[in-house]
Write a protein that binds this ligand. Structure first.
Ligand code: AHR
Length: 346
């Protein structure tokens, strides 16, 4: 009887030791040398209830697919998530803020680890950002900014300095045309009304040209960052004041490409009769610059995927992030175009 009891006790201890070992190893799964690479790419994220290792889940609300820049941005995010072993839940809002709200609410329901949003416009975000905060999910703002009174509603904002981009475009126009005695008539194709790049690129441009009395903005109109609207709005500018237009400042390449078609159909030469300054730096814009149809492109970098995944990883490791992460960018002119064309990554 006593020896039976000892055997049962012994087997029980073995069972306890085995269970402890497997639970312990599940949170340090990547320990052998072959698994080191996997350990680098797949972030160890311990599920508090289960003690399991699973990838970080990121819910990303992309604002749309309105431009070549946006498509490059989406590809960069998808590729970087895969590379980092982060599970990406991706929603395209088709330029609609209410669709972004829907996507965010579904991310909250899914209990994702981190939410990131590229907001279509700046206003109207405070209530939904509060919902995210109440759910205890950290939020990263990407590309465009939100206008909220409480900046603790998001962790960090990663993206370009759009104001500086507008200033760079203005400086190009000053260098090229401010010495002219006569009035230089400028038309502006704005992006989506109320969006950060449209607001800031417009302001930066105005702030630098305002010192030069001969540089005059004749007309400015939003064209939603799309080729089709860029063409249509430029056509209406030309019909109203064709001969007074010396410069087109376009807030992105897609609208500039649409405008080039409108200018040619009107019988003028883009890049010669009308100087064109655009923003983004897509391959197609570089091709037009190499043909002499665009004069200068201010770069705006869409390849934000790696920065976003790094921020997500650091956040999940409990590190604090700077409130603002700015992507470095350049300016290109016709003389550089031939060398650069085809080398662009987007
Ligand atoms: O927010 C970035 C801007 O959005 C890019 O300049 C434009 O091409 C895009 O649609």
């Amino acid at each position: 009887m006593r020896s039976k009891l000892l055997i049962i006790l012994f087997l029980g201890m073995i069972l306890i030791l085995y269970t402890f070992d497997s639970v312990h190893n599940s949170s340090t799964r990547f320990t052998s040398s072959e698994d080191k690479t996997a350990a680098k790419n797949v972030v160890n994220h311990t599920d508090q209830d289960q003690g399991l290792v699973r990838p970080i889940v990121l819910g990303f609300s992309q604002l749309g697919s309105e431009s070549a820049w946006r498509n490059a941005n989406t590809i960069s995010i998808r590729e970087a998530a895969e590379e980092a072993g982060i599970e990406l839940h991706f929603e395209d809002a088709d330029q609609s803020q209410s669709k972004q709200f829907e996507a965010i609410r579904s991310f909250i329901k899914q209990k994702v680890d981190v939410i990131a949003i590229a907001p279509v416009i700046e206003s109207g975000w405070e209530p939904i950002l509060k919902e995210i905060k109440q759910a205890g999910i950290p939020l990263i703002i990407l590309d465009r900014l939100v206008n909220v009174s409480d900046s603790s509603l998001y962790v960090t904002y990663i993206g370009s300095d759009f104001y500086e981009e507008g200033r760079k475009a203005g400086k190009y126009v000053i260098d090229k045309l401010s010495s002219k005695k006569e009035i230089v008539g400028i038309v502006e194709l704005g992006g989506t009304e109320g969006s950060t790049p449209s607001i800031a690129r417009g302001k930066g441009f105005r702030d630098v040209i305002k010192e030069h009395e001969n540089l005059k903005i004749l007309k400015s109109q939003a064209a939603d960052f799309t080729f089709a609207q860029g063409k249509q709005v430029m056509k209406s500018f030309l019909n109203k004041m064709g001969n007074e237009i010396n410069v087109l400042y376009s807030h992105n390449d897609d609208m500039a490409l649409g405008a080039i078609e409108a200018i040619e159909e009107f019988g003028l030469r883009p890049g010669k009769d009308i100087i064109i300054v655009s923003v983004d730096g897509t391959n197609k814009a570089f091709e037009k610059m190499a043909e002499g149809k665009i004069n200068s492109v201010v770069e705006c970098n869409p390849l934000l995927g790696p920065n976003l995944m790094q921020a997500v990883n650091e956040l999940m490791q409990g590190r604090s992030l700077p409130k603002r992460i700015v992507t470095p960018e350049s300016v290109f002119t016709e003389t550089m175009a031939l060398e650069e064309v085809g080398k662009r990554k987007y």
